[in-house]
Design a protein around this ligand. Structure first.
Ligand SMILES: [Cu+2]
Length: 199
């Protein structure tokens, strides 16, 4: 689902959507699989799995370490009593997605511990819907579990976060730390060594 589609869908079904739509419009671009956060990965390329448990309102583990370019299979489990999201993105992407999820709450798609999946599937006209189906994210009811396979890009500022209204603000996000500076430092050192020998 693209942001623009989402905003149009919300406009079509809401009286109060003018203000909401305007809010989501400004920095809506770049949501989803932005080059900065990585891209959907293939399960067969994943070298390891990380189990992420979601509680009200925090993650276990609180942060993760990855290598640039690494594909990781995340097994996401909602152990809380509320609907939670696991979403990999830049802080700007999360901020923009929070506006979309606010609309999902206002339209009754997210109701505390329940998701109205029928409403998410509903055709709002022109094939638009309130589906939450971006590959960098899962939205789960209590007790549900789903996988996200993600290929991280180069080192950048990325967080995993829950954009259900109020949860990010309550601290429901974690750092993605890139841990491979070593090889680059080494190759720089090698490069300068060979420059020196060439003199
Ligand atoms: Cu949450």
């Amino acid at each position: 689902m693209s942001v623009s589609k989402f905003v149009v869908a919300a406009l079509a079904m809401s009286v109060s959507a003018v203000a909401l739509g305007a809010g989501a419009h400004g920095d809506g671009h770049g949501h989803g699989q932005g080059a900065k956060s990585g891209e959907p990965g293939k399960a067969s390329d994943a070298g390891r799995s990380i189990t992420v448990q979601m509680y009200d309102n925090y993650y276990e583990p609180e942060s993760i370490e990855v290598k640039p370019g690494e594909t990781v299979r995340f097994v996401v489990e909602n152990k809380g009593k509320l609907v939670h999201e696991f979403n990999i993105g830049t802080p700007a992407m999360h901020e923009s997605h929070q506006k979309e999820m606010m609309m999902m709450v206002e339209h009754g798609v997210i109701q505390g511990g329940k998701l109205n999946r029928d409403m998410m599937e509903m055709d709002m006209g022109n094939g638009m819907s309130m589906k939450h189906d971006d590959p960098n994210s899962v939205l789960l009811e209590p007790g549900e579990s789903k996988e996200v396979v993600w290929k991280f890009s180069e080192k950048s500022s990325i967080e995993f976060a829950c954009n259900v209204p109020g949860h990010y603000q309550a601290g429901m996000y974690g750092e993605v730390n890139f841990n491979s500076g070593d090889s680059r430092v080494r190759s720089l050192a090698d490069a300068s060594k060979s420059l020196n020998t060439a003199k």
